[in-house]
Design a protein. Structure first.
Lengths: 35, 535
């Protein structure tokens, strides 16, 4: 029986969001300290 | 002699073999060990793929929190979201399966090595050759296991990190989404209330969108049952927030389970309670206001539409009564549903205009009055006064006027009583009127027009107020009104339609004043003011 979780899709989705957030946060921090 | 020569050759051959095994064999063993390590890694990746990508019961671990159609207390008939437990179950499952398969692979390889190099069936003379090769094979095997285990641990660590970060991100998203939704609703002044039980609704309940499922989901907001979407026990997905589109689903009141309006939570509400004595003309006025609102909207490019089927049905039933000039049916004492309309002005935000009518008998006792919960959350109110019910007014009429009007004098309940009773109960229910607006509508203006006591009374608020204060002795009630409400205005209203089917113009100033108080303007400000001043 199939069940509704799609872990690979979920992990890729949330990892991408995490990565994007971390990169944005790092860029923001870098910009803040360079000013 | 032969034996000595054999022994010499044997030792030379053994020495060469040991050199070969030690030098070349070691290289082969290290390479084989490396390959073995990657084989381990491939096993891990294969199982990871099976569990993560191909979701099937034979390959996947069991669901940690299997939902039920009749859930236990605190549980809901929906799947918990992946990062609320299942992600760790999957991770443990992958590790455990990979470990089992790696151990089995190692056992197979070890058996092959032992069968090949440590087989006692061989002649004893070849044992040293075999053992040497066997020992080198074992070294390669152990190197492979060590390297493979290391690679698998690195892969597992990456998996753990990805799951951990995703979990943190998902729960952060849950908090942020809830915050954003609340902030958006607050900033737009959107609050949801039930048109049937009149209670404030924290968040609507929704029916599962599947045609074959009858499950109703309470509080679908992001949480352990879903971040962006909730998965019903039947497998159907639904959005978790109004912001994400849950307003498209059929919404219900979590308190009384009755249906809310369609697209609940997408427009700020204008709650308009109409109160007054029995037969004061509340229902008729409510109907006239709604019809006039429709006319006003059509003239100024706005759109008024019924927000639910009950409203459409009720309006279709009552409007012909108003048009034909017949008496509206008496409102039953039972709690009746509000009439709800969406008003979309030509520019600006759409609003949910909601008018509440209750039988006059409800205002006789506090117990019944307190069931009208909407009084506690409304900011605008309409008090309907039938002048014919005011003893001072009736006594001021001439004999002829009394004879003419006696058949339409249907109520004897004095307006002070209804007003005081309602105000008192609003305060008891926790409502506040200090910043509210009270429109006092003197109904049946078409019937009392031209009577002697109204000589010199103009169609404006101050003049009507003076009439009530000076000639009808309602000064005390007026003073309480002024003290209790932020703004009070008086109107003569005739809830009738003319021969062309248009609602009497006396209704418009009332609507304009009430809607302006709710920051909704259908008519250009200049026009609205002009009408109001002239009236």
């Amino acid at each position: 029986m199939n069940h509704p979780y799609r872990p690979l899709r979920l992990l890729v989705f949330w990892s991408t969001i995490t990565l994007f957030t971390l990169v944005t946060a790092a860029a923001a921090i870098r910009l803040f300290f360079h000013q | 002699m032969g034996a000595v020569i054999f022994a010499i050759f044997y030792l030379i051959a053994l020495g060469f073999w040991l050199w070969l095994v030690g030098f070349v064999g070691s290289i082969i063993a290290v390479a084989a060990g490396g390959a073995f390590a990657f084989w381990y890694c491939a096993i891990y990746m294969k199982i990871l793929g099976q569990v993560m990508a191909a979701r099937h019961s034979t390959l996947s671990p069991p669901i940690k929190h299997q939902p039920s159609t009749s859930p236990a207390k605190g549980e809901k008939p929906a799947y918990r979201h992946y990062f609320s437990g299942q992600a760790w179950v999957d991770l443990r499952h992958v590790l455990s399966k990979a470990k089992d398969e790696c151990v089995a692979t190692f056992a197979r390889a070890a058996r092959r090595v032992n069968e090949l190099w440590f087989n006692p069936d061989h002649h004893a003379a070849v044992w040293p050759f075999m053992w040497a090769a066997g020992i080198v094979s074992w070294v390669g095997l152990l190197l492979g296991i060590a390297g493979g285990t290391l690679l698998v641990l690195v892969a597992a660590a990456i998996h753990v990190m990805v799951v951990g970060l995703s979990l943190v991100m998902a729960w952060t998203a849950i908090g942020l989404l809830r915050l954003l939704d609340t902030a958006l609703l607050r900033s737009k002044g959107i609050r949801i209330s039930c048109p049937s039980c009149f209670k404030r609704v924290n968040y609507p309940s929704y029916d599962c969108p599947s045609a074959t499922c009858t499950i109703r989901h309470g509080d679908v907001r992001p949480g352990r049952y879903g971040v962006l979407r909730r998965t019903c026990v039947c497998g159907t997905q639904m959005p978790t927030l109004i912001l994400l589109g849950s307003y498209k689903l059929e919404a219900f009141c979590p308190a009384c389970t009755k249906p809310l309006v369609s697209r609940a939570g997408t427009a700020a509400e204008i709650i308009l309670p109409v109160f007054g004595a029995t037969a004061a003309g509340k229902t008729r006025l409510m109907l006239a206001i709604t019809t006039a609102l429709d006319e006003l909207a059509a003239e100024h490019g706005a759109v008024v539409s019924a927000a639910d089927n009950e409203t459409q049905r009720e309006y279709n039933k009552l409007k012909p009564v108003l048009v034909r000039g017949e008496d509206t049916p008496r409102t039953t004492i039972a709690l009746s549903r509000a009439l709800s309309f969406y008003v979309a002005p030509a520019s600006g935000a759409r609003r949910l205009y909601r008018v509440f009518d209750a039988a006059g008998e409800r205002f006789d006792t506090s117990e019944r009055l307190q069931e009208l919960q909407y009084l506690a959350i409304a900011r605008s109110f309409i008090l309907v006064i039938d002048l014919l019910s005011v003893n001072a007014f009736w006594d001021s009429l001439t004999k002829n006027e009394q004879e003419r009007l006696t058949s339409v004098r249907l109520t004897f309940r004095q307006p002070e009583f209804v007003f005081q009773q309602t105000l008192q109960n609003i305060e008891v229910m926790g409502g506040t009127t200090k910043r509210g607006r009270l429109a006092v509508a003197l109904s049946k203006a078409d019937l009392v027009r031209g009577v002697s006591v109204l000589d010199g009374v103009e169609q404006n608020s101050d003049s009507i107020k003076a009439l009530l204060d000076d000639r009808l002795g309602l000064g005390n009630m007026l003073r309480v009104m002024q003290q209790s409400f932020g703004r009070v205005k008086f109107f003569f209203t005739a809830a009738v339609v003319n021969q062309c089917g248009a609602v009497d113009p006396s209704i418009r100033p009332l609507i304009n004043w009430l809607l302006r108080g709710e920051n909704l303007q259908l008519e250009p400000a200049a026009t609205a003011t002009a009408i109001e001043v002239n009236s």
